[in-house]
Design a protein around this ligand. Structure first.
Ligand code: ADP
Ligand code: MG
Length: 332
């Protein structure tokens, strides 16, 4: 079983960024409103995620670390709905098989927190009392300490941390209502209070994407026949040298989609931002029944029932927004 876990871990646990993704999704699934992330050496030495979510009952603690022990699918309807982000029930098991993992939790109403600890083994962990406010802390130390081959595939600390930070940023943009704090080697990297008002949302986007992006972008909010598109789209004055600044969320879930990319590119081109690399933080909301977000759970793909309509809506909304910014130009 240990080998099976480690093999399975290959799919989930590629690098610290993949661990943090699983841990954060668990915290969000548990209804956390505040998540504190502490990282040392890009997460290879330490990854700690602390949340104020619903917690785990004492008896369920060892189960949470065993394979296929998800608490999230009760019946087939759940599978269909996939309201929760994670549903395979093996992330914690996989991570625990390649690290030293401590899980501490205090569920709502309990007068005592409990803790389990594993060390890269498939042992039945013993449960001991601990101190913890309502919520859960998962501490992952010495990632890949027992799988040196995988450890060798890790890049520099800088690269690994930027992957990890990117995961946090995506989730922070998908959940304005949740506070996120990220520290690396003791230094605060992201401090994001919950954002309720539009101004607070703007501030969060500025923290995540840089103030220059927010200043040199056009804020939009447009609705047509059941489709809503809101967010920020970068103007050509904003040039980004490094990585892509392209975030597109469909019903709160980050996607990368050809149809979306095409519509954005076309809007840029037609407003004569030729050769400009589009930058955007956009949120599309539509009836979940007309979009299939589970085409490919890991590849961020979606399938729209009426792709043409979505494309037209995206294109025309963005075209209008961008064209407005060009004095003398006729916006349709
Ligand atoms: P999955 O998320 O697919 O169910 P995981 O291995 O990620 O599987 O987690 C196993 C189980 O542990 C979850 O189903 C959940 O019951 C519990 N769990 C993990 N992390 C948390 C958390 N932060 N808060 C509450 N429960 C958690
Ligand atoms: Mg999970």
């Amino acid at each position: 079983p240990r080998l099976a876990n480690q093999i399975a871990a290959g799919e989930v646990v590629e690098r610290p960024a993949s661990v943090i993704k699983e841990l954060l999704e668990n915290s969000l699934d548990a209804g956390a409103k505040r998540i504190d992330i502490d990282v040392e050496q890009a997460g290879v030495k330490l990854l700690r995620v602390r949340d104020d979510g619903s917690g785990i009952e004492q008896d369920d603690l060892p189960l949470a670390l065993s394979r296929h022990a998800t608490s999230k699918i009760r019946d087939l309807d759940d599978l269909e709905a996939v309201a929760t982000l994670g549903f395979r029930g093996e992330a914690l098991a996989s991570v625990s098989s390649v690290s030293r993992l401590t899980l501490t939790s205090c569920p709502e109403g309990a007068d005592q927190a409990w803790q389990v600890e594993t060390e890269g083994r498939d042992m039945a962990p013993s449960v001991r009392p601990a101190a913890h406010p309502r919520g859960t802390t998962v501490e992952v130390r010495d990632l890949f300490f027992n799988t040196p081959a995988r450890r060798k595939f890790l890049r520099t600390e800088k690269t690994e941390f930027s992957h990890l930070e990117e995961v946090v940023k995506r989730l922070a943009l998908s959940r304005f209502d949740v506070a996120f704090n990220l520290r690396h080697n003791g230094r605060p990297v992201l401090g994001l209070p919950p954002a309720q008002t539009e101004q607070e949302a703007r501030r969060r986007v500025a923290s995540v994407c840089g103030p220059a992006f927010v200043e040199q972008s056009r804020q939009i909010d447009s609705e047509r026949s059941g489709l809503r598109l809101w967010g920020w789209v970068g103007l050509p004055t904003f040039s980004r040298s490094q990585a892509d600044l392209q975030y597109f969320f469909v019903n709160g879930r980050m996607i990368k989609d050809k149809l979306v990319a095409h519509a954005v590119r076309q809007a840029y081109r037609d407003v004569l931002f030729n050769g400009r690399h589009p930058t955007f933080v956009l949120f599309m909301e539509l009836d979940p029944a007309v979009v299939d977000v589970n085409v490919h759970p890991t590849k961020h793909e979606v399938r729209f029932r009426d792709g043409r309509m979505v494309h037209d809506f995206l294109f025309s909304t963005l075209y209008r927004a961008l064209a407005d910014q060009r004095p003398g130009d006729q916006a349709e």
